[in-house]
Design a protein around this ligand. Structure first.
Ligand code: KG4
Ligand code: ZN
Length: 326
């Protein structure tokens, strides 16, 4: 029974996981606070975590109908992310582990996303080797996973992550934060062929780069008459979404072919994007594409931190009071 914490960015998350099942997944969202600045100010986010973490823990225990005395291990995200934010979660988790005399697993946030398709799934559903495309606001990577604990990063972004590009383009178009869901909403009304943006970093197999695409969108917006009318906003959003998603799919497919992957796991906040899911499945057929079982397991959550601790626990055999980084 693992109590997990995740506080690397703008969501205060606490979850309880047992045998891959999510008994509770509480999320204290800070979106309304960060909307005022159209993005996350790290110190503001850290203070919000400190203010909310105890309440989110109480909600989590109440949702699971459990008490702290039922918990057998603690897990928390320890990197990467905003330092002040991570420290709130990991200090709170360590204090709790010391108080309850429980082992604590400090988990790399990125691995949480990589293994997030294990949540609420039978283990036989996962086929190795699989390629994980992890796309979010802070990171954008391709992994080869040959077995639990045997994961290799094949490539990553050289500049912006896909989610970051979605957020920045949304800001240019006058849309709300976070930009990904907003772009996909307005893109439904737009024509993905209205504007043709050049394919980013076509010659590198597994690395990504989205800052050039972002600049191309900026120039296109400057070229059009101001203020943009709603059909123009929709057309730019649809064309940008088409370009970035096509690029993500192309590189994933290359990795699948290079490593004879049996499955693709599309994970991270941007994996909530329906156009990306559709394009990925179409390109990878007959290889199966898995996405996290719930949309709340795509964006940052603590359940994915708990499942990594659980999956890697047999390797470490921790006793009460022990700590390990995984
Ligand atoms: O995984 P996540 O919650 O946080 C990080 O680890 O960064 O991902 C958040 C990112 C944001 O950039 C957000 O705009 C993007 O995921 N996102 C989406 C969608 N929903 C969230 N991007 C595209 N389409 C969506 N539907
Ligand atoms: Zn994340």
């Amino acid at each position: 029974m693992i109590l997990a914490f995740e506080s690397s960015c703008d969501d205060t998350c606490v979850a309880i996981v047992k045998n891959g099942r999510v008994l509770a997944n509480a999320i204290g969202s800070q979106i309304l606070v960060h909307r005022k600045t159209q993005g996350v100010v790290p110190e503001v986010a850290a203070r919000e975590h400190a203010k909310n973490i105890k309440t989110v823990l109480e909600t989590c225990l109440k949702d699971a109908k459990l008490k702290l005395s039922d918990i057998t291990a603690i897990a928390c995200a320890n990197q990467p992310g905003m330092t002040g934010c991570l420290l709130v979660g990991s200090t709170f988790a360590s204090a709790l582990a010391a108080l309850l005399n429980l082992p604590i697993y400090e988990v790399n946030h990125k691995l949480g996303h990589v293994y997030s398709c294990f949540l609420e799934r039978e283990r036989q559903e996962i086929k190795f080797p699989f390629i994980a495309l992890s796309v979010s606001g802070g990171h954008n990577e391709l992994y080869l996973v040959e077995a639990v604990g045997k994961h290799t990063m094949l490539g990553s972004t050289l500049d912006d992550a896909a989610g970051e590009a979605y957020d920045k383009v949304a800001k240019m178009l006058g849309l709300n934060y976070p930009g990904g869901p907003e772009i996909s909403r307005v893109a439904l009304e737009g024509n993905p062929k209205a504007f043709s943006f050049p394919c980013p970093l076509p010659h590198q197999k597994f690395n990504f780069s989205f800052s050039g695409l972002k600049t191309n969108v900026k120039y296109k917006i400057q070229e059009l008459s101001k203020p943009l009318n709603p059909p123009q906003v929709s057309d730019i959003a649809a064309s940008f979404q088409h370009c970035i998603n096509t690029n993500l799919v192309k590189k994933t497919l290359k990795a699948v072919q290079a490593h004879q992957a049996q499955q693709v796991h599309l994970v991270g906040g941007v994996s909530a994007n329906l156009d990306l899911r559709k394009k990925m499945q179409l390109a990878c057929t007959p290889i199966e594409v898995l996405t996290p079982q719930e949309f709340s397991f795509c964006t940052d959550n603590a359940a994915m931190i708990g499942v990594v601790a659980e999956l890697l626990a047999p390797k470490h055999q921790l006793s009460a009071g022990d700590m390990v980084q995984v």
